[in-house]
Design a protein around this ligand. Structure first.
Ligand SMILES: Nc1ncnc2c1ncn2[C@@H]1O[C@H](COP(=O)(O)OP(=O)(O)O)[C@@H](O)[C@H]1O
Ligand SMILES: [Mg+2]
Length: 468
């Protein structure tokens, strides 16, 4: 974190210091890791005690202090420990994050939201910006009211760029995140059907995402909006910031044309930008990365990077977070594509397209599980994915778990050459695949997180000698 004294931490969080004399606190510097997990605490750090459903963070204040944390943010005193006492640690944590941003005058903050691709885009942007200056981007999918302040508090005086992934599970969430880490540039990737069950409707999802462009400063802000998604494009009306459209549509200022996938499923395209054209070859797999890359280019150019530096950085970028179109080549010639971190109909479609391309001349497998949180439309959406599997000419469909049965039904109802099988669980899928995968096969693993397919993909990707 940018260094603050313990007294300053108390002031910015609206807290009261206990367990340490005020004079002493004025000379204690918090400049180490700010954590909510005491196992990650370290010298000079601050431990934020959260009260969760299963654990009370106050029980771990001692452990954090022993690991070197100089104080804890708590709602009650802990004997013998320096605490900043606040009414609500979440609220205090948000205030601390905001103070970090406010004190970092040379810091450019970029917020990213959307139904799919936030983490992929955040990773790609983080990689590209890091070529120009010290960059902080979240670990994994840290996009919530806890993940965002944890990320912001990693900012040091050297940091030039802060990339913030902003997730929404309901109205007001993104506005809250944008208040604690106010972005100058905001990216909205798409409005899909992710979490439609919780939101109620696609319109409600669009309203929630539009809180990001709405939060941008009118005078200096830039809203990077996907021109190809009408719901995103319409957000131009809710922002006072300058709008930069990205996409394949003619109106896009940062635009991709002539998109193709190479034999490894990696997109290539012609890029046009206000800074000129370029030929782009991405190092990532899947056509969906084109949209993500366009957003990255738009942000990078706004932040003053040169197109000539951005294009090679895009080509060099590889997956950062796990289980997102992660390709493993086994020594026996089997290719596994593990995209099973999460799934919704849009990302299923993108993954199946990549599978089709990678599988030209090879036998292809789609090992698919349920997509969660799709609400009343769930069965129909699963059936559509099943039909898409057949339309993409996939040879073998293995549907994992009875909850995903509508996917198998949809595939069976479509006409094509796909063999459709349904197995009870990941273990049964593993047995089937171990028996049947052979040299040259390409297998895609995809489902929502809880179906466990990402770990199945890992087990099958392990070096053959480690496989049992
Ligand atoms: N722009 C996009 N459009 C559709 N699907 C995408 C896009 N970018 C990534 N995906 C797919 O969506 C899934 C989730 O990607 P991720 O980057 O983790 O998104 P998020 O952080 O928004 O959940 C992955 O399976 C990925 O392949
Ligand atoms: Mg994410």
């Amino acid at each position: 974190m940018i260094p603050m004294t313990l007294v300053e931490v108390a002031v910015v969080t609206g807290g009261r210091l206990v367990g340490i004399p005020e004079e002493q606190a004025a000379s204690v510097l918090v400049d180490g890791p700010v954590v909510t997990d005491s196992r990650e605490a370290g010298p000079g750090g601050l431990y934020v005690a959260r009260v969760g459903e299963t654990a009370d963070g106050h029980d771990f204040v001692d452990a954090a202090a022993e690991a070197g944390a100089v104080a804890a943010l708590t709602t009650r005193p802990v004997p013998g420990r320096a605490c900043v006492l606040v009414p609500d640690t979440q609220d205090a944590f948000a205030r601390l994050a905001r103070a970090v941003v406010d004190r970092s005058l040379d810091l450019a903050v970029v917020g990213i939201t959307g139904s799919s691709g936030k983490t992929s885009t955040k990773d790609l942007l983080g990689t590209v910006l890091a070529t120009a200056g010290p960059t902080v981007a979240p670990v994994g999918s840290y996009n919530s009211e806890v993940g965002v302040p944890l990320t912001v508090c990693r900012v040091t005086p050297e940091t030039r760029y802060l990339v913030v992934e902003m997730g929404a599970r309901g109205a007001g969430h993104i506005a809250y995140l944008a208040e604690m880490a106010p972005p100058r540039i905001g990216v909205v990737l798409n409005v899909g059907t992710a979490h439609v069950g919780e939101f109620g409707s696609r319109e409600a999802i669009a309203r929630a995402k539009s809180e990001l462009p709405a939060a941008l400063p009118a005078a200096t802000g830039v809203a990077v909006l996907n021109a190809d998604d009408p719901a995103v494009r319409a957000m131009a009306d809710v922002t006072g910031a300058r709008v930069v459209l990205v996409g394949e549509a003619e109106e896009a200022a940062v635009r991709a044309t002539d998109v193709t996938l190479d034999a490894a499923g990696r997109p290539r395209f012609t890029l046009t930008t206000p800074a000129g054209p370029a030929e782009v070859a991405l190092g990532l797999v899947g056509r969906h990365h084109v949209a993500n890359a366009l957003a990255v280019v738009a942000v990078a150019l706004e932040l003053g990077l040169a197109l000539d530096d951005v294009v090679p950085a895009l080509a060099a970028a590889r997956p950062v977070s796990r289980w997102r179109m992660e390709v493993s080549e086994r020594s026996d010639g089997v290719t596994l594509v593990n995209d099973a971190y999460n799934a919704n109909p849009d990302s299923m479609r993108a993954a199946l397209e990549a599978l089709e391309r990678m599988g030209e001349g090879r036998r292809t497998w789609a090992v698919l599980g349920t997509m969660l949180e799709l609400g009343a439309e769930s069965d129909a959406l699963h059936a559509q994915v099943g039909a898409e599997v057949v339309a993409r000419g996939v040879d073998e469909l293995v549907v994992v778990g009875d909850a995903a049965r509508p996917l198998a039904d949809g595939a069976r109802a479509a006409s094509g050459g796909t063999r459709v099988r349904i197995v009870a669980d990941a273990d049964a899928a593993e047995a089937l695949l171990r028996a049947e995968l052979r040299r040259g096969d390409v297998a895609l693993f995809k489902s929502s997180r809880d179906a466990g397919l990402r770990l199945l993909g890992d087990r099958l990707a392990a070096p053959l000698e480690e496989q049992t």
